[in-house]
Design a protein around this ligand. Structure first.
Ligand code: ZN
Length: 111
């Protein structure tokens, strides 16, 4: 049989250093409002042991962050590719005069 989880102490602050036991109907996540922490007031039922609300579900948050990281990685990759093209163009252009470069349709748009 699974051991019962010890209830978490919430709402700990200087005016109440002992805090209060968690509300077992609400999401277990500690949130901050006006410099004070308190238990999230949303209904629990998501994530590990269904202790979290939809918004604070750690697995969902991780997935969201991973997707964000991937988006940033793709952007960096794209920028690097662009940079590589510029590097190649610069290598190709080395030794050419400005007059000759003016005929390069990649470097200069024809008016
Ligand atoms: Zn919550």
């Amino acid at each position: 049989m699974k051991a019962k989880r010890k209830l978490k102490i919430q709402n700990k602050w200087s005016g109440n250093p002992q805090g209060i036991l968690e509300n077992t109907d609400c999401c277990i996540k500690e949130v901050w409002t006006d410099m004070r922490s308190h238990q999230c007031s949303r209904k629990r039922g998501h994530g590990k042991d269904k202790l979290y609300c939809k918004q604070h579900d750690p697995e969902k948050i991780k997935k969201k962050e991973d997707a964000k990281d991937r988006k940033i990685e793709l952007k960096i990759e794209k920028e690097t590719q662009k940079d590589k093209r510029i590097q190649i163009l610069l290598k190709m252009a080395k030794g050419l005069s400005i007059k000759e470069l003016k005929y390069c349709h990649i470097c200069f748009k024809k008016d």
